[in-house]
Design a protein around this ligand. Structure first.
Ligand code: ADP
Length: 588
């Protein structure tokens, strides 16, 4: 059966009724509804009851990227949503496949990425009476608390509404994950093709602009103008908003130093003279007014309290916050916000720019100069560490090579996960363009690596460098087959230090079992890529890493570089050791 939406609307009008098949079905209505709304890619894993949906979707011109595990398909959908402002679609089978996709759905919601998890499900009559169907599970009930919205469609004529509601829910306001439950029986339901076509909805303005109220703009400007030591903090909401020009103009026009959160790096080049990244601790502790732009005061920002912010009094830190966010309930979540500015970032930043007249006074030189001094000192310290040519490599030596490569190829996308590999990677590898860095995000989740890398390559066609701790890589490593199958320009660099954090732990009992944090020593991760026809390389020195990386990026060939790192180099939990309860000193 061919789709009623094969032809553009004008052609359909003139050709109807001759070329329109008499009947359509649930499969085609799902595909047509997605296409009508500009969805061009589905990430998923085929199986009962959605196998034919994946086949038909491909036949009807959608790109279908098929994974080895649903979690990674879900992560790919989430990353695609972040990069494109269109909800990423993940398609899974029922119960176990659905559950595998759920981690990614929850993670997308936590990170404010628009994504729709569409799962086939078993028959309602049997599930609701708990009669033991194939892969029986009340998926809608389970998904609900883990996402922004959840819907089930029972009748073919409601597919258009179901998909429209899912798209609008994922994109409007604070973006997030949406679950769409499609029971098996729905797909083979047939209906009149013209009525089916008419039942579909093209979502108009799915993420309407939200203009901030003028008095809130004035209040924000007053607080900003009162500052002696102002700071702008850019979060991944600012990167998602794609208001790049406005944000850059605001930063440059005000002359205020700024700090990017990790996925906001590159909104302005990290080498920008107003970047305070290399003086982060000083800037956070000393600023008197902080303007948050699409960043939450969660654990990543020490909840806006305490020593990081110049404590000691955790609640009454001696600073005022301005917060730009699309979600009004985010305000005051951790500390009082003096000037909430509610709206979409593009509109809010434009309103601030319009309100900043020619009378604007740039921040005092004592403030910008003090930041610049610290920056200079820290950057020269860092440069010395990056110059070390230690073998076996340490994190600085290996990441320095990637830093140089990204400078040459600022269009490359970095995916980064691990503990030390993430923490060092974030601070060492400068970004020059917006939305070029994808990482563990709000949860600090492991396992996003290959899913995010696939999405980055598929949605942008640009080279992708996945900087992976050896432990983090293990979560999604099998997807190197997916990378090879679709011949994606992904270079995975595994930072191999033989274990979680590092590879030196020993079993204190003397038993043959290794310590829980230790892996097989000297693992040959590169062979995993070779198994599927990609290129595998071992790099033991910065020079070897450099040449392998340059070749991978130049050729665009799927590559895995096993970067051998000193197994003593890592620290426990990277930079978040404080969150890791340590064993008590008993029996000593
Ligand atoms: P980071 O981890 O980089 O600090 P967060 O994920 O904590 O960033 O914060 C992102 C914030 O951005 C969320 O509070 C979200 O509501 C907000 N946000 C997302 N998109 C927009 C938008 N288009 N306009 C305004 N705020 C947005």
């Amino acid at each position: 059966m061919s789709s009623v939406l094969d032809n553009p609307p004008a052609a359909r009008e003139s050709a109807a009724p001759k070329t329109v098949p008499a009947q359509t079905d649930g499969f085609h209505l799902v595909i047509d509804a997605l296409k009508l709304n500009g969805i061009d890619t589905i990430f998923g894993l085929p199986g009962i009851p959605i196998t034919d949906l994946t086949r038909l979707a491909q036949a009807e011109g959608l790109r279908v990227i098929s994974f080895r595990h649903e979690q990674h398909a879900g992560n790919a959908a989430a990353a695609a949503g972040f990069l494109t402002q269109k909800p990423g679609i993940c398609l899974t089978v029922s119960a176990p496949g659905f559950l595998n996709g759920l981690t990614a759905l929850a993670n997308a919601t936590t990170n404010c990425f628009p994504m729709i998890l569409i799962s086939g499900s078993s028959e309602r009559e049997i599930v609701d009476l708990q009669q033991g169907d194939y892969e029986e599970m009340d998926q809608l009930a389970i998904a609900k608390p883990l996402c922004k919205a959840a819907f089930r469609v029972l009748h073919a004529q409601d597919i258009g509404v179901g998909i429209a509601r899912a798209i609008r829910s994922a994109l409007s306001g604070r973006p997030g994950g949406v679950y769409l439950d499609l029971p098996a029986k729905l797909f083979s339901q047939t209906m009149d093709a013209v009525a089916g076509r008419d039942s579909l909805i093209k979502v108009i303005d799915p993420a309407p602009r939200q203009i901030p109220a003028p008095d809130t703009v004035q209040r924000a400007l007053q607080v900003l103008e009162s500052a002696r030591r102002p700071l702008i903090l850019l979060g991944k909401g600012a990167a998602y908003a794609q208001a790049d020009d406005e944000i850059r103009a605001l930063v440059e026009k005000t002359g205020i130093p700024y700090l990017p959160m990790s996925m906001a790096k590159g909104l302005l080049p990290d080498t920008h003279e107003q970047s305070a990244s290399a003086a982060r601790s000083y800037a956070l502790a000393e600023a008197d007014v902080v303007m948050l732009v699409g960043a939450r005061l969660n654990w990543l920002l020490s909840h806006g309290k305490g020593k990081t912010w110049g404590g000691p009094d955790p609640v009454k830190v001696a600073k005022k916050f301005i917060q730009i966010d699309i979600s009004p309930t985010e305000i005051d979540s951790n500390v009082p916000i003096a000037a909430p500015l509610i709206g979409d970032i593009g509109s809010c930043v434009s309103a601030l720019l319009a309100g900043i007249g020619d009378h604007w006074r740039k921040p005092p030189a004592e403030w910008t100069g003090a930041i610049a001094d610290r920056k200079d000192k820290n950057l020269s310290k860092m440069a010395a560490m990056l110059r070390q040519d230690a073998v076996p490599m340490n994190f600085h030596g290996a990441l320095g090579v990637i830093r140089d490569l990204v400078k040459e190829r600022p269009d490359a996308i970095i995916v980064n996960e691990g503990a030390n590999t993430l923490d060092f990677g974030r601070s060492i590898v400068d970004m020059y363009q917006p939305r070029k860095r994808l990482d563990c995000g709000t949860w600090g989740i492991m396992g996003i690596g290959m899913g995010f890398a696939v999405a980055a390559a598929v949605t942008t066609g640009k080279p992708v460098i996945a900087i992976e701790g050896d432990s983090a890589f293990g979560f999604s490593g099998m997807e190197v087959e997916t990378i090879c199958r679709y011949d994606l320009p992904v270079c995975v660099v595994v930072f191999n230090n033989n274990g979680v954090y590092k590879g030196t732990d020993v079993n204190p009992t003397g038993h043959a079992d290794p310590a829980p944090t230790v892996f097989v020593k000297n693992s040959r991760y590169e062979l995993l890529m070779e198994a599927f026809g990609g290129k595998g390389v071992v790099a033991r020195t910065p020079a070897e890493l450099k040449s392998a990386l340059q070749e991978a990026v130049a050729t665009g060939r799927p590559t895995l570089i096993n970067a051998v790192i000193d197994e003593t180099a890592g620290t426990e939990s990277g930079r978040i050791t404080s969150l890791n309860p340590a064993k008590a000193a008993i029996n000593k």
